[in-house]
Design a protein around this ligand. Structure first.
Ligand SMILES: [Zn+2]
Length: 239
């Protein structure tokens, strides 16, 4: 446990909290800039089982910000390469690869077996499907995105009876999630968001209380954060 000495020294984590982290399972949706950063800290922190879901392969244009990949990985499965790197970072962690596009049933089955889901995917269809699976399983969802010089992060659940879900924040009608391919992104911005997502996931696993229903907006241009309250929608189709 020497690896985790600084966690154990924390009053908010301690041996019991670290044990909970070590006994936990996490699903990471998307192994891009956000996923690479988040998964690195989940692995180094000793999360017992990390499941990586991404059906994409490494493209040379990913290398600037997707820091688990190098030039030799171009054309290979992102999830498989990331799993191999994470196992090198911490051999005590079990890393599983789901390098296929999951349908709603497969996703729901996977979510039912994990303690927290981190969503760093790049489209609303996936995000809604992930949200619905988390609401159904009362699973905590840490959601994040980054574009240009902007990032955002929010934590949802697991008590969706009293707190909002991702669909309370975004409706189907908003279907125009921008992605890095068309818009550009400053490399470290998804790293900031992915790292914050790892913080929130580790807090949840260790049992450190955290407020729900708040969207954190990061503006790298001004170097500042802003918080927006997410209201629980009475007519939400999910929660
Ligand atoms: Zn909702």
């Amino acid at each position: 446990m020497t690896r985790h000495a600084r966690h154990i020294a924390l009053a908010q984590v301690g041996e019991a909290g670290q044990q909970r982290i070590s006994n936990s399972s996490v699903l990471m949706i998307g192994v891009g800039g956000i996923g690479c950063a988040a998964a690195s800290y989940l692995a180094s922190s000793g999360v017992g089982h990390i499941i990586l879901n991404d059906f994409d392969t490494v493209d040379e244009s990913n290398l600037g910000r997707q820091v688990l990949f190098g030039p030799d990985d171009v054309g290979k499965s992102k999830a498989a390469i990331a799993a191999s790197r994470l196992s090198t970072l911490n051999p005590e962690v079990q890393v599983s690869v789901l390098d296929e596009r999951l349908d709603a049933t497969a996703l729901a089955n996977t979510v039912a077996d994990v303690d927290v889901v981190l969503d760093g995917s790049d489209n609303f269809a996936t995000r809604f499907m992930v949200n619905d699976a988390c609401v159904k399983s009362d699973c905590c969802l840490v959601s994040g995105s980054a574009i240009r010089l902007e990032g955002q992060i929010a934590v949802f659940g697991p008590d969706y009876n009293i707190s909002p879900c991702y669909r309370c924040l975004y409706e189907d009608a908003d279907e125009s999630l921008e992605n890095c391919a068309g818009n550009g992104v400053l490399a470290a911005v998804p790293g900031v968001i992915g790292t914050m997502m790892a913080v929130e996931a580790l807090k949840h696993l260790a049992g450190i209380p955290s407020p729900r229903g708040t969207l954190q907006l990061y503006d790298a241009g001004s170097g500042s954060f802003r918080s927006v309250t997410i209201a629980k929608r009475k007519d939400c189709p999910s929660c």
